[in-house]
Ligand binder design. Structure first.
Ligand SMILES: Nc1nc2c(ncn2[C@@H]2O[C@H](COP(=O)(O)OP(=O)(O)OP(=O)(O)O)[C@@H](O)[C@H]2O)c(=O)[nH]1
Ligand SMILES: [Mg+2]
Length: 314
C-alpha cells in the first residue's frame, strides 16, 4: 500500500464508528405490497423498479443503507404467489431464499388489501422458517386509521411479530422509526460493503430493468408478464456517451404488435422514457436501441432465467 493509500484507508476507518453493526434484512410479501417502493424509500434513491402491476420484481436486489453505526443490507425480493411457469417458480424461490439467508425479514402487507389468502400462505411459510420477522403495514395513506389496529392484531394472531410498523412508503410516513429500529437491531459486526456501494445491480441489468419498468407502465394485460429484457451490447463512445442495445423477448406475435404499437409509436415512447431515466441514473448521455423478438416459451428457458440471475428451480 502506498503512503497515500494507507492514509486514505485510515481516514475511512477513522470515519466509521468504533462498534459497528451490520445485518441482512429481507423484504418479503405478496406481489404489489410495496416492497420495492419501501426499499427505495429507505435507501433514499432508486435501486429497484416499481410499477402498479404485480410481479414487477423478478430477482433479489440489494440496497445498502447506513444509519449511525449500522449498515443495513436490505434485500428486495419478488412477491410471493402461487407459481405456474418456470420463471414464476424461480422468482418465488428467490424470495424464499432471501428470507432464509437474512438476519431478519420484514413482511410487507398492503394495508388496503388486508389479510388475503396470499398473505396467509406467506405467514405460514415464515412461521415454519423460524427466523425473526417484523410486520410492516404499508400504504397507510390509503386507509382510514381505525382500520389499522384491528388488521395488525389479526396478523399478529397468525404469527406474533417481534415488532409492528405502520408506514407509507409513498409518503415516507413512519420510515424514520423503522430505520432507527432496524439500525438498533442489526447484530454487532463489521460492515460488509464499501460505503459507496449502494446496490449490487450491474449497469447492464439496470438498463434492462429500466426498459422493463417502462413496458410495465406503458403496456397492459398479458404483455408485461410475457416480456423480458436483456442487454446485448454496451459500448462506450469516445464522447463519453454510451450505446446500449437491449433485446425485448415476448411470447406471442400479438404481444410484439402491442409492444411496437401503431407505426412504432409505443416502442419509441418506451425507449424515450427509459433513455431519459438511464441518463439521469448514469449521469451521462445514452443511445438506447431496442429490438423486439418473439420467442415462444422464453419463460420456460433456462438461459432466459440465468440472464435474470435466477437459479433454475427444476
Ligand atoms: N398509495 C401508496 N401506494 C404505494 C405505497 N407503496 C407502494 N405503492 C404503490 O404500489 C404499487 C406497487 O409497488 P411496488 O413497490 O412495485 O410493489 P412490490 O411489492 O415491490 O411488487 P412486486 O415487485 O410485484 O412484488 C406501485 O404502484 C406503488 O407506487 C404506499 O405507501 N402508498
Ligand atoms: Mg417489487
Amino acid at each position: 500500500m502506498s503512503g497515500d493509500a494507507a492514509e486514505r484507508a485510515e481516514a475511512t476507518e477513522g470515519a466509521r464508528p468504533a462498534r459497528t453493526r451490520c445485518g441482512l434484512v429481507a423484504v418479503v410479501g405478496a406481489p404489489n405490497a410495496g416492497k420495492s417502493t419501501l426499499v427505495n424509500a429507505l435507501a433514499g434513491t432508486k435501486v429497484t423498479i416499481v410499477s402498479p402491476k404485480p410481479q414487477t420484481t423478478r430477482f433479489r436486489i440489494r440496497a445498502v443503507v447506513i444509519r449511525g453505526a449500522s449498515q443495513i443490507v436490505l434485500v428486495d425480493t419478488p412477491g410471493i404467489f402461487r407459481p405456474r411457469r418456470r420463471l414464476d417458480r424461480a422468482m418465488v424461490a428467490a424470495a424464499w431464499g432471501g428470507a432464509q439467508d437474512a438476519d431478519l425479514a420484514l413482511l410487507v402487507v398492503d394495508a388496503r388489501a388486508g389479510l388475503t389468502d396470499e398473505v396467509r400462505a406467506i405467514i405460514e411459510g415464515l412461521r415454519k422458517g423460524g427466523r425473526p420477522v417484523w410486520l410492516v403495514l404499508n400504504k397507510t395513506d390509503l386507509v382510514e386509521r381505525p382500520r389499522l389496529l384491528p388488521l395488525a392484531k389479526e396478523l399478529n394472531e397468525l404469527l406474533p411479530f417481534a415488532e409492528t410498523f405502520m408506514v407509507s412508503a409513498a409518503t415516507g410516513d413512519g420510515l424514520d422509526r423503522l430505520l432507527d429500529r432496524l439500525a438498533e437491531a442489526m447484530p454487532e459486526g463489521p460492515w460488509l460493503f464499501p460505503e459507496d456501494e449502494l446496490s449490487d445491480l450491474p449497469e447492464r441489468m439496470l438498463a434492462a430493468e429500466i426498459v422493463r419498468e417502462q413496458i410495465l407502465r406503458q403496456t397492459h394485460e398479458e404483455v408485461p408478464h410475457y416480456a423480458t429484457v436483456e442487454t446485448e451490447q454496451w459500448s462506450e463512445r469516445e464522447d463519453g456517451s454510451v450505446r446500449i442495445d437491449c433485446t425485448i423477448y415476448v411470447a406471442r406475435p400479438g404481444q410484439k404488435a402491442i409492444l411496437i404499437g401503431d407505426k412504432g409509436a409505443r416502442i419509441k415512447e418506451i425507449g424515450r422514457r427509459a433513455r431519459l431515466e438511464l441518463e439521469a441514473l448514469l449521469g451521462r448521455r445514452v443511445h438506447l436501441f431496442l429490438n423486439v423478438k418473439e420467442r415462444a416459451h422464453w419463460d420456460e428457458e433456462r438461459a432466459r432465467l440465468r440472464a435474470l440471475g435466477l437459479e433454475d428451480p427444476g
